[in-house]
Design a protein around this ligand. Structure first.
Ligand code: MF3
Ligand code: CO
Length: 244
């Protein structure tokens, strides 16, 4: 899992160099797939079919009001956009999954704050990923970080266990409500923590492509994700660049 997650981290970093005005989201997808195969890994998302519609690409690219699962296309990035790249691979039977939101050219102060707070929400969640804590400790920390900055968390999507499959138990919500499943975290577990934070309200819609989630109010959304192992030394961020 360390190796799979490092491949994800390295490729996300390489993609960052290609995020600029004028690049199409298909180009980013093509680059991510080439780099994946070159490293002896396979795309984790391409061909994935949790419901009715198969996911057709290697990368998820979600721009501005798109929250998650944006499908690469001929659309070009432009200055002032924010773009979330969500990417996963499988390497020797193990999965890695990570996401980051990038600025394209010059972005507004509000957009900068959204990116900073979403990343802080992820790290606040990671800090709670300790043996003995519960899943709710993660969601509570994420939600508190986002809401105290005046933003909202998306509740329709959650993080997840990760390992020999992309999505395993337990679900890792970015909020806490009494009564929700709330297992205790144990040493040896690996989870993907992935806050999606909205500038406005939490409501979303799914586009006709069956995948792209967009904010109902049309305002911005950001997404940061790491694959994290729970160890006797605390959280180990498997998908942090240069971790191993
Ligand atoms: N990080 C996202 C998730 O865990 C990416 C999934 S894309 C999919 O839900 F195509 F695989 F669904
Ligand atoms: Co994920």
């Amino acid at each position: 899992m360390r190796k799979a997650s490092q491949i994800v981290a390295e490729i996300l970093e390489q993609l960052a160099a290609h995020v600029r005005p004028g690049v199409t989201t298909d180009e980013l997808d093509r680059i991510s797939e080439e780099l994946t195969l070159k490293k002896g890994a396979k795309p984790a998302f391409k061909g994935y079919k949790p419901g009715e519609v198969v996911y057709p690409k290697t990368l998820c690219v979600s721009i501005n009001n798109e929250i998650v699962h944006g499908i690469p296309s001929g659309r070009k990035l432009k200055s002032g956009d924010i773009v979330s790249l969500d990417f996963g691979v499988v390497y020797q039977g193990f999965y890695g999954d990570s996401a980051r939101t990038f600025p394209v050219g010059e972005i507004s102060d509000k957009a900068k704050k959204l990116l900073r707070v979403t990343r802080e929400a992820l790290y606040a969640g990671i800090a709670q990923a300790r043996a003995g804590n519960r899943i709710s400790d993660i969601g509570r920390a994420v939600q508190e970080t986002a809401e105290s900055a005046g933003f909202s968390v998306v509740t329709e999507f959650a993080g997840h266990g990760i390992g020999r499959r992309l999505h395993e138990e337990p679900q890792v919500p970015n909020y806490f409500r009494p009564g929700m499943p709330n297992p205790r975290l144990r040493e040896g577990m690996a989870i993907a923590i992935e806050p999606m934070v909205n500038e406005g309200g939490p409501d979303l819609e799914i586009l006709d492509d069956g995948w792209t989630a967009v904010t109902a109010d049309g305002r911005l959304s950001a997404h940061f994700e790491h694959s994290v192992a729970i160890t006797s030394n605390g959280p180990e961020i498997l998908s942090e660049l240069g971790h191993v």
